[in-house]
Write a protein that binds this ligand. Sequence first.
Ligand code: ADP
Ligand code: ADP
Length: 227
Amino acid sequence: MPTIELRHITKEYENIDEEQTYALQDINLTVRDGEFVCVLGPSGCGKSTLLEITAGLLSQTSGEVLLDEVPQSGTSREIGVVFQDSALFPWRSIRRNIEFGLEIAGVSRDDRRDRVQKTIELVGLAGFEDKYPHQLSGGMRQRAGLARTLVADPRVILMDEPFSAVDHLTRLTLQDEMIRIWQKEKKTIFFITHDVSEAVYLATRIVLLSPRPGRIQQIFEVPFERP
Ligand code: ADP
Ligand code: ADP
């Protein structure tokens, strides 16, 4: 079952530079339920633009984004986003940062408490829930950012270079955590990175973008089963 379909997505910005205005040109991609798709390409090739369009945070110049075969305009509760900088509220504890979206959505207090607790355990933040963001390492803050997205239980998670600001060893740990969470929660993941080894490690399929303008250059199926 296709979850997300990108059909002929083109994005033009008014002068990126003198001769080039297209950030993306004719992107066609179907992401199926349960896939872990990595979009790989050099800086400036349009990865963030593609993610923002897929999330409904930015409008395309032409083309369509479909979710379960329904054309989308704007954001959807079925799609969660995790950015490189988790941008937690500094004045709220980790628990209350994770809870925030559920409060806004009017989820009852008891339901909130259960879901927040379960998510804290899922992402490995147990014991840190009463700390404030500045008291945590970059890796722990990224776990909190991920928890804030997961707690809303979206089917699809879009991730924009979520681990590129943390040190190398922490990044390897977070990659393993991501695979574990993906397998356990059966999410569909659309993950952006400029790091080849990260894409190869995480993905079930890799979409390689070529720069200026961003086009799909090649799609690789990752040919092995995970343990
Ligand atoms: P990536 O995420 O792969 O680094 P981006 O999607 O951020 O690429 O950017 C793709 C291209 O579009 C780059 O050349 C970038 O400078 C340009 N770009 C991105 N956002 C804007 C904008 N708001 N206005 C003009 N150009 C932009
Ligand atoms: P990333 O590191 O994810 O590739 P960038 O550093 O390219 O992101 O861009 C960060 C933000 O700045 C994005 O929201 C992007 O849309 C915007 N941006 C990038 N290039 C330009 C540009 N030439 N003009 C205006 N905004 C831009």
